[in-house]
Structure formats: structure tokens, C-alpha cells
Design a protein around this ligand. Structure first.
Ligand code: F6P
Length: 362
């Protein structure tokens, strides 16, 4: 009997359940429903630390293709605190190892993004059999061309920009749509291009407010009364980017006192300089919710079933990734702690510029 632990960690996304379904279906096919026991830990690593889990059966994985969120629940367990004892003095790493061994697991499958895969790597180095699966709407995980959740989030953010387009043009307004993505601009770049944004601001290309205003005014001169900006939540001005870390932190704290987020600050600056009617839309966590799209369902099913295959081969310590359309394994040690960001000189940026999109930098 194979005994497999599974957990979903960090911010949720649309295709977590589909991925777990892929792992489970693959295992049930390879070992038969009687030949495998799947244990789901509740709320991410917390479930592994505090022995909060439930035994899952094939029935638990039925009907999940269209169900967003996670049937196991998720939580954030910051990697930087993982070596610190909890409020009751519990050694978190030892507690996780204890649960794994007490349940006589053959493998732990971790569905998670950057921070979660760092912990997965640590557990692997501590001697547990671990397999990582690349989850995040941010697409910022090293070692994989894409992550599950990303395409569904692009579809959601694009839909928001599409909706904003019609009202922006009716009222001749400037609209800023703030897109998630943490410190990476992938989601904003893709949704911005798909939604026909005129200006895209991403953390990898610090913006200059003068360049933004220039683009808005240029559009006005050409008879376009409205302008759409897709703004990454992590977008950063040139001035801030040039500061050292300490000064930047102070400046960001100051900004937070005046504006809820970067888009509101840029909106105020555009209003002040152009006198135009400016609005901000922040779809926020909507981008992580709802039904996974077709692309993610296929990707998640492929990644999940390949995880099952790796378990059957006893091949552990890897992230199951996609590279050049092929599912591959990449050592967790190689990807842990590395962030995949947009290359400001990459092809897609050049292509976007050729479409006339401004990145607020020139
Ligand atoms: O990592 C996914 C993500 O949605 C980021 O895009 C965003 O910055 C963050 O999580 C939001 O975190 P929380 O759900 O804790 O507010």
C-alpha cells in the first residue's frame, strides 16, 4: 500500500483541485483504489505540523475539474519563520517530520508557489520524499515555463480590462486597472496585452510619471479620449527603484498613508497634471477565484498525473514543471528561492512596444 500526503500551501488559485485530482487519478490508475491511501493535510503546512489531516477517497476527487479554491484549505507559512518555534515552543520542522513518519508516508506532494517550494526543498533535504507542483497566478516560479492558475488569472484580469474598456470609452476617462502578481509583472503584461491596455506598468520596468502623462496626452491629441493602464500591484516609479532598500521601505510606508496602493498614487498624479477624469479599478482576489480555464485544467491534469508517475518510479526531491511544452522534473534545490521575473529586454516586451504599448519608461 502506497501512502501519499498532499497539501496546498500559500495563496490559492483556480486549478489546485484539478491538480490534486490529476495526482489522485494517476495514483488510483497505477496502484488501484485499494493500493493507495491519500492523506490530505488541512490548511497547508499547518496540517502537517499539527497533525490536522483527513483520509481522502476517490469520491473526494470527483467533480473537481470546475471547482476553484482548494478542498484542503490553504494558509501561508512564511519560510523565514519556519526554523523558529511556534508560540508553544514547537519545533515546526521536527513536527512536520514526525507527522510524516508517524503516518508512514511514502511521499509528500506540495502544491505551492515560491515560499512553499522553499519549505518543500527544506523537507526534502531533511530526508523526506517530496514532490513539488508549481502553483501560482503570479507565474514567478523558477524552473517552469508556466504555473497552474496563471492562465485562469489572465483570463479574469483580461475580462476586467475588457469591461473597463467600454465604460472608459463611453465617458472619455482614464482608467487604471490594478493587477495582482506580487513582485513579478507576468500577469499584468499578459492581461494588459490581451485587454488592449495602452500603458502597462510592471515592477521590472520602473515607470516615469512624465512618460505616462505624455502617452495619455498623445492619445488625446490623436482623438482618443480614453486611456487604459494595466498596473501591476508591484509597479514601481523610477525614483523609488533608484533608492536603497531602507529609503524605499520608508517611502512606501509614507505612500501607504496617503493611498491604498500604487494605482491610486498614479491616478492622483495623472489628475493633477492633465485635469482629466481618472478612475481606478482593483479586481484583487477575484483574479484567484472562480472556475479554472481549459488551459489550466489540461496543464494541471498533466502535471498531476506526471507527479503520480514520479511517485511510482520513486523519483523524489523535484518540482514537476513544464518546459518547451514537455513535462519535466527539476530538482527542488535548483529552484528554491529563485524568482522568475519578466526580462525588460525580452521579446514579448519588444512585441508589446511594436503594438504601441507604453511601459511608462520612455
Ligand atoms: O501569490 C498570489 C497572490 O495573489 C499575489 O498576486 C498577491 O500579491 C498575494 O497573493 C496576495 O496575498 P493575500 O492573499 O495574502 O492577500
Amino acid at each position: 500500500m502506497k501512502r501519499i500526503g498532499m497539501l496546498t500551501s500559500g495563496g490559492d488559485c483556480q486549478a489546485l483541485n484539478v491538480t490534486m485530482r490529476g495526482v489522485a487519478k494517476g495514483l488510483y490508475t497505477l496502484y488501484g483504489p485499494e493500493g493507495v491511501e491519500i492523506i490530505g493535510f488541512i490548511d497547508g503546512y499547518k496540517g502537517l505540523m499539527y497533525e490536522d489531516y483527513r483520509r481522502l477517497t476517490p469520491r473526494d476527487f470527483a467533480g473537481l475539474l470546475t471547482v476553484g479554491g482548494t478542498i484542503l484549505g490553504s494558509s501561508r507559512t512564511p519560510f523565514k519563520l519556519i526554523r523558529e518555534p511556534d508560540e508553544n515552543g514547537l519545533d515546526k520542522v521536527e513536527a512536520m517530520k514526525y507527522t510524516y513518519r508517524r503516518l508512514r508516508l511514502d511521499c509528500l506532494v506540495v502544491l505551492g508557489g515560491n515560499g512553499s517550494q522553499k519549505t518543500a526543498n527544506l523537507l526534502s533535504q531533511e530526508g523526506l520524499n517530496v514532490i513539488g507542483l508549481p502553483k501560482t497566478i503570479d507565474n514567478d516560479l523558477w524552473g517552469t515555463d508556466t504555473t497552474f492558475g496563471f492562465q485562469s488569472a489572465i483570463a479574469c484580469a483580461t475580462n476586467v480590462i475588457d469591461c473597463i474598456h467600454t465604460t472608459a470609452s463611453s465617458h472619455n476617462r482614464i482608467f487604471l486597472v490594478e493587477v495582482m502578481g506580487h513582485k513579478a509583472g507576468w500577469l499584468t503584461l499578459n492581461a494588459g496585452m490581451a485587454g488592449g491596455a495602452d500603458i502597462i506598468l510592471i515592477p521590472e520596468i520602473p515607470y516615469n510619471i512624465d512618460a505616462i502623462v505624455k502617452k495619455v496626452e498623445e492619445r488625446s491629441r490623436r482623438g482618443h479620449g480614453f486611456t487604459i493602464l494595466a498596473v501591476a500591484e508591484g509597479a514601481i516609479s523610477r525614483e523609488l527603484a533608484e533608492m536603497d532598500k531602507k529609503d524605499r521601505k520608508k517611502a512606501l510606508e509614507k505612500r501607504m498613508k496617503n493611498y491604498p496602493s500604487v494605482s491610486y498614487e498614479i491616478a492622483a498624479q495623472i489628475t493633477e497634471r492633465t485635469g482629466k477624469d481618472v478612475r481606478v479599478t482593483v479586481p484583487g482576489h477575484m483574479q484567484r477565484g472562480g472556475v479554472p480555464n481549459a488551459y489550466d485544467r489540461v496543464l494541471s491534469s498533466r502535471l498531476g498525473t506526471q507527479a503520480a508517475l514520479e511517485i511510482s518510479k520513486g523519483n523524489y526531491g523535484n518540482l514537476i514543471a513544464i518546459q518547451n511544452h514537455k513535462i519535466v522534473t527539476v530538482p527542488l534545490a535548483e529552484i528554491a528561492g529563485k524568482l522568475k521575473t519578466v526580462d525588460p529586454k525580452g521579446d514579448i516586451i519588444e512585441e508589446a512596444r511594436l503594438l504601441g504599448i507604453s511601459f511608462g519608461d520612455e
